[in-house]
Every structure is written in C-alpha cells, then in structure tokens.
Design a protein around this ligand. Sequence first.
Ligand code: ADP
Length: 638
Amino acid sequence: MAASLVFRLHDRGPDLVREVLLERGWEEYDEDKREEEDWNLYWRGSAFKNSDYLNLLPWQRLNHHPKTTGITRKDFLARNLRRMRATLGSSLYDFSPTAFILPNDYTRFLPEYNKLRLTRGASVYWICKPVDLSRGRGIFIFEDIKDLVYDSSVIVQRYISDPLLISGYKFDLRIYVCVKTFHPLTVYIHQEGLVRFATEKYNLSSLKNLYAHLTNTSINKFGPFYKTQKERVGQGCKWTMSKFRHFLHSQDINENLLWQRINNIVILTLLTIASSVPSCPNCVELFGFDILLDVNFKPWLLEVNYSPALTLDCQADITVKKRLIGDMIDLMSYTLVDSLRVKAFQREAHKKSCFHANHSPDALMPVLPKFKETKFKKERKKSQFIHTQTLPMLKMTGHIQKINQRHSVKSSFLANNQRQLPPVALNKIQEAKGRIITEPHTDKTINLTLGPHSRTNKSVVNRQTGPAPAPWTRVNGSLCQSEVTNCEEPETEAENELSAETDFSSIIHEIPKRELGFRCSAAPWKLRDVKGTNRTKGISFDGNTALNKHVPPLRVGDFIRTFPFNTATLKASQHELDIKVIKRELHKLTGQLAKSEKKRSREEEEVKKDKDGEEDFDSLLWGPKDPPLISQCLKNNL
Ligand code: ADP
C-alpha cells in the first residue's frame, strides 16, 4: 500500500509548490494534526537551521543544501570566483565581470578604475549592488567615481555595457539548476527557463533609468511600459526559453556552443563550493543562475539566486515554473522508503534521532526524535489512539509473515534507513512486535508513491537516492558565513537576515563515509536519438561495473544531467573532487563544440579517436529542445 507523502511549507508558501504537490496527491502538513516530524519534504525560502539538518530522518528531504551561500551571496560569489581564477587560470574563469567588494577592496578598485579610465578610448561603466539585497534593490550604475556613494557593504562590478538586445531591449536568461547532491557532484539544468526583459530601450546616456538597465521582473512589472506591445518583445517582460530558441534560430549562431558555455559556467561556479558543502543526501536545491549575453553572444554570470522566485506573474511563468517544480519533485526520487514515515509514526518504541552516532547493535534501529508535545499528541495520549491504529494497519497490509529473528528485523531497518529500495520481489516495509510484514513490490506501488502526475517513469528515477544514516561528513576549511543571500522569495527575506547562525564547523560529527552514489535503473531507460528512434546502445545502466552503479539518469522530466557528463568527470567526482580533470574535460568538450562546424582537422580526428575509445557513458547536450547525445552531436558535426 502506498501512503500519501506529506509536505511542509514554511510560512505557508510558495503557493506553486503547494499546488503541484496537492495535484500529485500529496498532503499538506498540519501541525495541529501531525507530529513534529511527520513529513517527507520541508520547503523553505530561507535557510534551515543546523538542527534541521542534524535531526533529519530517512524519509525526510529539505530543499536546501547547507552552506550554499558561498555562491548565492554576491560578495561570497565574487570572492570564490576570484580564488578559483587565481588557482585555475583566468581563461577558464573568465565568465564573471571583474568585481570588487567595498569598502574592503577600495584600494584595489581605485587603481583599476583609473587604469581603465586612462587607457580605454570608450567609456567604462560600473554597477554597484548591495551584497545582501535582491530583486534589484539598491542597485545603481555609474561612470564617474564621484557618483559611487554607499553606506553598506556593496560589490562594484564592471557593467556589461554592450549587451545583446532584442528590438533594442536588454534581457538576461534565468537558468534553473538543480543540485541533486554535492557528494558526488550531480547537477541538472532545466531545459525551460525564462528570458527577462527590461521594459524601456537600452540607452547608455540615461544610466539612472532602471527600466532600461535592469531586467528584474520585480522592477519592470511596475514600469510604465510593462503592458505595452514592445516590438518583437511583445507585452510584459518575459519569454520562455523555447521562444528564445526560436529567436536564436533566426540568427546565425552556433547555438550548441552557447548552451555548452552556459553549462560550463554553471559547473565551474558550483565547483567553487562543492568541496566545502557538507554531504547531505536528503537535500536537493534549486538555484537560479542569471546569465547576460553580450553582443558577441558571450555569456556572463551576473549572480546565483537562492530560492529563485516561484511567483506566477504571467503566462511564461506558468508554463515554465509549474513544470519545473513537478520535475524537481520527480528528481527527488521518492520511493517506498519514504512511506516508512507512516509506519514509523505508528510505533511508539522509537524515541530518538536515527542519526545519533551510537555504535551498539541496538542503536542500529532507526528511531524517532523526542517529539514536542503537539496538540495532536496531547489528544492522542488521552484516547490511547496509537494502539488501536496499529492493528487495522497490519490487517490492511495483506501478506503477513512471522519472522522471529530479531537480527533480520534490525537489518531490514538499517537497509531502510539507508534509503535502499527493498528487493524487487518482496519489500520488507514494516516491523511490529517481532514480525515483518512483507508486501509485493509492484509497479503500481511505485507509481502511486511517485504520484499520479509524475512525468517520470519509475525506471527513470533513481531507485536509490543515497541518503546516509547521518547527514554530515566533515568538511575541511568550512566557510563561516551569514545566510544573507540573493533570495528572491519576498516573504522570507527578514528571516534570512536573522538566521545567521549557520557555522557548521563546530558541530559536524565525524561519520564513516558510505556509498552515496546512484543506483542504476532496473531497465535501461530509452531515449530518443537525433533521428527520433529509441536508443539504448551505449547507455551503461546495467550495473556491471562499480562505476556504472553511480551513473545518474540522463534526464528527469525536462531536467538534463549536465554533470557528470562523461566517464572522466564521473570518476573525477566520486571521491575527492579532481578539479583539474574536470577543467580539462570541460575545455575539451567546449573546444570540440566550438570547432564542430569547421572542417575536420587532424587534431580533431585525434580527439575523436580518444573519445570513441573511452566513452560508454552518454550525456545529452543541454539546451536544445530535443537534446541529442553529446557523442552523437560531435560525430555529426566533426
Ligand atoms: P539582484 O539580486 O538585485 O537581482 P543582480 O546582480 O541580478 O541583482 O542585478 C540585477 C540586474 O541588473 C540584472 O538582472 C541585470 O539586468 C543587471 N546587471 C547586474 N549586473 C550587471 C552587469 N555586471 N552588467 C550588466 N547588467 C547587470
């Protein structure tokens, strides 16, 4: 029997998440009716507390990884990118405009400002942004340093003054990126996204006109021309990414290369924090990457948003965001393990967190933390509700076997606790008074658990998402940072500013490392190749090799796996991140795509030979609507 999954929304929002989950048959958490820990997904716009991570139960997920402010706060991002540039070279990390964090960097900014002013013929412009605000607040553009006035910490960044324009309007791209795990780094980019336009024509002689220079919807929807027809842009200020692709097709550009360069930006940015984020396999996070294209189609990273806005302002939002959240839920790969929540709440024996590091055999049993006395619990005490509920539940479950070996009961729980799906034939899903109830594991059961609206076939999602008995591994050199970020969800901002407690370094337990990788689907997932036929050849999901066990699905809904993208990057991210290998592979792939429209040279022939010999690992080319396999794409073009 598949139980409903329960979601919990902090501050009753976002509405879109509620809508999508209710449509899929989930139930909303109600603190008057449920125990404190009785939920499968907790969604917050702001940061979670340390204790939220430490007390996570096997069936619980959070929508943020810990410590990702290293990229979502403007000053941290600038500092991290600068560090990577110094280590790995500016040719790779050349995608973010030069930035200075003021007041500290003022003495570095001044000579740079003077140098550019003296040496460059054309004017040089700068943009000043408060580090801890979002949605365009407090931003201004200046040319002359006498106009630089600030009273809080800000970043001053080179202003990209030659943006690509459509009918004279500036725009940027909102790319949705989901990090499934940081250990191993596993990244998906959603194929749909948004293009956000300014609502007045771009003009460098009016730097104060924010409707011409900023592309934030929160600003432009209040502009005088928001509802006006703006030539090719149309009404409003947003396009879907699909519409933008139509525009690109009308231009003579190498679209694949553009998407690959954006892909590189996403990966290289995540690499700046990947090794300092504690491992928390029960977390998944959605980031909003803002990318500006210049007149040469070079993509620039402007910022990374924590909790990208999920408000629905127009039709483009509805088309993109609803599907995005649905796909994200599918990416979380809810399985039967998650329905253990229901069973666990019907046992009173378990009184403490399953993540407590106690090595006695009895401690292997997953147990619940001490619950707060909720209204519900007080009521239940009165009526002794718990005992009357257990029996009907057992009867309903069907096949009941008596197994008296206590050891196997523990093993069953340990297995569940590690989020391994039970054996295909019989799922041991419940223990009660020395008995294990077994239940046939049917397709129906899994599909029910995923929900009726899941667009993801059970064989596409991972059967094992890998959460560990404990959510942390020790991290070297952890950042000590506040949680003020580029959070776009308006209602959560004040809280973000308050929850500045997240320095995990002192409280992270040393937990033995366990295998966190992906388990292959039972059946190979068929995808369409460029000719439209189903292709399975070359996709090594048969679990034959140890490495293959870790191959995450190529796509889940419209999320395309963009990292790891080949065997080398898979290997390079399994244990310690080997950034040099990743850098080399990104470089190689981008180089191949860049050259792909030119005549095949001897050098390219060599690269192709390398590739043919090495790859049994396929990746889709993120970007196109019907993404071809990268290998196919290179073969066609070389
Ligand atoms: P916020 O978090 O307040 O949205 P952003 O960094 O995203 O701050 O900047 C807001 C807008 O300003 C962007 O969407 C973009 O239109 C514009 N912008 C920001 N930085 C630059 C830049 N370096 N060059 C050109 N335009 C920029």
